[in-house]
Design a protein around this ligand. Structure first.
Ligand SMILES: [Zn+2]
Length: 303
């Protein structure tokens, strides 16, 4: 249950995500047995830009599911949580579903409420293998916290889960995101991590190896929902971009926004640092959809 936030060990070298070719098969099929064939991960009939760009239905990925071109915006739920619905470039509504890193491979279900009533959309979650990484930490408390620290962590964890679960109607300003810092990425999302030999939660975000003081910019418009100073994540900012699309910035040296502030795309949120469980300055960045952390790199396509 450890959260995010560690830089790759210097001795481990650059970790490489081992990617198994993903079978984007599946087909979309609704409760009435109607099957829309899929090819290349998007609906065969002229999928829109968002579907073509973001659809990666694997654990830690995103499923973009067409909901039709009704006049009124449909709503959708996945695992009981409300899901982001936006209009794609082909004028169809699409649900953009965040898939948990621990999701089982196979059939998953979206519940859709639209003008024609309620229906189920079944979609297929494929397989993806993520690489492993071994990290040495000098601070043993950051490997195995003592009971007092654990209590603090649990409180902080609950606060963050609550922020991830929020669903604000409206937004986002953009679904493809700007990188929050300029610089190279280091630890990818999904890495299985062993701290001093003990396996902990996989890497829930994407790291950028950039110097202390590098400005961190909002990748889309949003509202600041958390400014925290956490045991593992250090100084942390959460931004709610709307419809359950939420980003988190960790290990900051300094924060320049307050809770409740409406930020614009490009606005500076703070500066890169090494606070919390970090072996050196870097930005740890999480992207969350419908309460599930997903691979931020998906949203940086073409950047
Ligand atoms: Zn990280």
């Amino acid at each position: 249950m450890m959260p995010a936030g560690v830089r790759e060990s210097a001795r481990g070298g650059a970790p490489r995500a081992k990617m198994t070719p993903v079978r984007l098969a599946g087909g979309l099929l609704c409760a009435f047995g109607m099957v829309a064939a899929m090819s290349g991960g998007a609906a065969a009939h002229a999928a829109g830009f968002i579907a073509r760009t973001l659809h990666q239905p694997v654990p830690g990925g995103v499923a973009v599911l067409s909901l039709g071109a009704s006049e009124r915006k449909p709503s959708a739920r996945y695992d009981a949580a409300p899901v982001m619905v936006v209009k794609d470039s082909n004028d169809e509504w699409v649900a953009i579903v965040g898939i948990d890193l621990k999701a089982a491979r196979g059939r998953h279900e979206l519940r859709v409420e639209g003008p024609e009533g309620s229906r189920r959309l079944v979609f297929e979650v494929g397989h993806k293998e993520y690489a492993s990484q071994h990290i040495k930490l000098k601070n043993q408390a950051h490997v195995t916290p003592d009971p007092e620290q654990l209590k603090r962590y649990e409180r902080e964890y609950a606060e963050q889960m609550e922020a991830y679960a929020r669903f604000r109607p409206g937004g986002p300003s953009n679904v493809l995101l700007d990188p929050p810092v300029k610089g190279r990425t280091s630890s990818p999302f999904g890495l299985r991590r062993f701290f001093n030999g003990e396996e902990r939660n996989p890497h829930s975000g994407l790291d950028f190896a950039v110097p202390r003081g590098t400005p961190v910019q909002a990748p889309a418009d949003g509202v600041v929902t958390i400014v925290g100073d956490y045991f593992f994540n250090g100084r942390t900012v959460f931004v709610d971009h709307g419809q359950g699309f939420i980003t988190m910035y960790c290990h900051l040296d300094a924060v320049s926004v307050d809770v409740g502030r409406e930020v614009k795309r490009g606005e500076v949120l703070g500066r890169v640092g090494a606070t919390g469980r970090a072996t050196g300055p870097h930005l740890h960045w999480n992207v969350s959809l419908n309460g599930n952390r997903v691979d931020p790199a998906i949203f940086l396509k073409g950047r």
